[in-house]
Design a protein around this ligand. Structure first.
Ligand SMILES: CC(C)(COP(=O)(O)OP(=O)(O)OC[C@H]1O[C@@H](n2cnc3c(N)ncnc32)[C@H](O)[C@@H]1OP(=O)(O)O)[C@@H](O)C(=O)NCCC(=O)NCCS
Length: 187
């Protein structure tokens, strides 16, 4: 799936609009740079400079061009960017989703709405069977979002990833796509 460039759809949820990243979204990237977790687990820069924020935005477009996956800006219904959500191919028929919402926009249902919207779209993709989320056990906010979006906790992956140089455990949450559900007899 990663040998062709991809076309990003614009997806409309109940509270969010998922669209391409634009240069005028720099403010939300700068805010996310100051978060205690986001720069450690994503490619958001650790410093809040304008060039670094613009480079982050360019990288999201590159992911499409290289076929790695779909990187959406999460915008509110006034089209102001409040965060990020991406679907990245993880080999063959699997993909993983990652997301963040800048702290001044949290607890308004944006992450849940964005995850529901991406999931509804992605579970209909013919090429995919599984969508995975990797969430630290201590990240209650994130795994509640995952569970409310219908993901099931499938495993505790020990020392799955180094964060800030330290091995960290991760819960793996999954949703099967429509196609996989039909074949597994679970639909
Ligand atoms: C986790 C994160 C994405 C949640 O974003 P959000 O937009 O605030 O989440 P929502 O408003 O959609 O929350 C939906 C539900 O999730 C739960 N939730 C969200 N954040 C929570 C928190 N900090 N503590 C407990 N529950 C939380 C709540 O049940 C919430 O419903 P409620 O507001 O009615 O109580 C955001 O805090 C974030 O970006 N954190 C840093 C990056 C990160 O952890 N990304 C995920 C990596 S796996």
């Amino acid at each position: 799936m990663n040998d062709t460039s991809l076309v990003l759809p614009t997806l409309l949820g109940e509270r969010t609009r998922l669209r391409e990243w634009r240069a005028d979204d720099v403010a939300v990237v700068k805010e996310a740079s100051g978060d205690s977790l986001i720069p450690l687990v994503t490619t958001v820069p650790r410093t809040a400079g304008e060039p670094e924020a613009l480079a982050f935005i360019r990288r999201q477009r590159d992911r499409l061009d290289s076929g790695v996956g779909y990187a959406f800006a999460v915008a509110d219904l006034d089209d102001r960017a409040v965060g990020h959500i991406g679907l990245f191919f993880a080999g063959g028929t699997r993909a993983s989703v990652g997301y963040w919402i800048a702290s001044s926009h949290r607890r308004r249902g944006y992450a849940l709405d964005a995850l529901l919207t991406v999931t509804t779209w992605a579970t209909g993709l013919e090429s995919l069977d599984r969508i995975e989320l990797y969430i630290e056990p201590g990240n209650h906010g994130s795994w509640r979002v995952a569970e409310q979006a219908g993901y099931e906790r499938e495993a505790l992956l020990r020392a799955w990833k180094r964060i800030d140089g330290e091995p960290r455990d991760m819960y793996m949450y999954t949703r099967l796509t429509d196609r996989a559900l039909v074949h597994s007899g679970r639909s």
